[in-house]
Design a protein. Structure first.
Length: 394
């Protein structure tokens, strides 16, 4: 048993890495007497929009709300369908349902685990008859890597359907040099504490180049207030508080360094997994992956998780049950023609191993060495099995 456990995610370490700046930001907010949607939130919106490269960012209470607010802002609700994937955080699909729209869940590409553009082209060319009109595609950049945006965007444009990006796991990632969150009508970001930019509670934001959409979302997030206490239209309460805005401002200048560190750790892991039975994550050409998660494919996942835990390494599964198979969605899920078969297949073998900027070189080397041992062990087991079945056949 290892003496110090390496957790799969470690938000406490992220706090300690930036403790002084975070503590100062919190003290500043406490002294200000303004605690919700004040100067900190306004400044964060400006700084975040500048960093992503959009005209506007509108802060809100979570990534889920950011998606739902975008859909409401585009008048996409009951009577509309929104296409996304089943292999995602359940929040992606929950947000579509919050808006009143009907989710249509597609399958993923086997290598990158992101939306299959061929299936998208086929459902937009021939929409399922029983569904309302498809108005938007919600493309998820899962684990920190772009989905096939170039193709997805051109398919959306060909059919007059809005592209919305779910960037909850992709802060700072890019495709062909362009930051994710700038490609579609709007993008949703989550600042859940473990994200590449994480708050110390719930927080989210919408980025967009559409001033009108940004203004409407800013209204909707606070009861539809145009003037204080007077609602221009029905809205919700999805405000960002000043403490979270201050924390996010303290951490934003460090996200690029954090992403580079994640990429370096991924390169160390990759080097040991080149040709073994543990499959490392595939890279999309032109995509700068920011490794929100480092997800491998393994045989006998439960056994391997326990084996790693015994050696002091935490792991998680993102996600163990595809959305369309979850009790809340099983009866009502609408699937594309591929019936999410690839999603179901990979959900049984994916495993996320520790990756975050605060992972030390020693910890990285330890995780990498342990994976390499595991790989040898699995190889030996396969050889033994092969030998035994050959002997039996003789
Ligand atoms: C892909 C994806 N979409 C949406 C969300 C929702 O974000 P939040 O937890 O901030 O509501 C998350 C976060 O877990 C996510 O990973």
């Amino acid at each position: 048993m290892a003496s110090v456990f390496v957790p799969q995610a470690n938000p406490r370490a992220a706090y300690h890495a930036h403790k002084q700046a975070i503590d100062e930001a919190i003290a500043r907010v406490l002294a200000s007497g303004s605690y919700i949607l004040g100067e900190e939130a306004k400044n964060f919106e400006h700084e975040y929009a500048r960093w992503i490269g959009t005209r506007r960012a509108v802060a809100c209470a979570s990534g889920t709300d950011a998606i739902a607010l975008i859909l409401r802002g585009l008048n996409i609700g009951a009577g509309s369908a929104v296409v996304t994937v089943s292999h995602t955080a359940v929040a992606t699909v929950a947000a579509i349902q919050m808006s009143g729209a009907t989710p249509l869940l597609l399958d993923i590409e086997p290598a990158t685990y992101t939306m299959n553009p061929d299936e998208l082209a086929s459902v937009l060319a021939k929409p399922p008859r029983h569904l309302p009109k498809i108005r938007a595609v919600l493309a998820v950049h899962l684990y920190g890597q772009a989905c096939d945006l170039t193709r997805i965007l051109s398919i959306c444009n060909a059919h007059g359907v809005s592209l919305i990006e779910d960037c909850a796991q992709a802060h700072g990632a890019s495709l062909d040099g362009q930051k994710l969150g700038t490609f579609g009508r709007a993008a949703a970001f989550s600042f859940y504490p473990t994200k590449n930019l994480g708050a110390l509670g719930d927080a989210g934001a919408v980025t967009t180049n559409d001033d009108q959409l940004a203004a409407r979302i800013a209204l909707l997030r606070q009861y539809g207030w145009r003037d204080r206490y007077v609602s221009a239209e029905p809205g919700v309460n999805s405000r960002l508080d000043e403490v979270q805005a201050g924390v996010l401002r303290a951490k934003l200048p460090h996200v690029n360094d954090g992403n580079r560190r994640r990429q370096d750790i991924a390169a160390v892991y990759d080097a040991n997994l080149e040709s073994g039975p543990i499959l490392p994550p595939a890279r999309r050409q032109g995509a700068a992956h920011v490794f929100h998660q480092y997800v491998v494919r393994v045989p006998d996942r439960d056994g391997i998780q326990a084996w790693l835990r015994e050696r002091g390494i935490g792991s998680s599964i993102h996600y163990p049950v595809p959305v369309h198979q979850q009790p809340a969605f099983r009866e009502s899920a609408h699937l594309g023609p591929l019936q999410c078969r690839e999603t179901e297949r990979i959900s049984r073998s994916i495993l996320s191993i520790p990756i975050y900027p605060e992972l030390s070189d020693d910890q990285t080397a330890f995780v990498s060495k342990t994976l390499s041992e595991l790989s040898d062990l699995l190889d030996a087991r396969t050889d033994t099995r092969r030998r035994t079945s050959r002997e039996r056949a003789l």
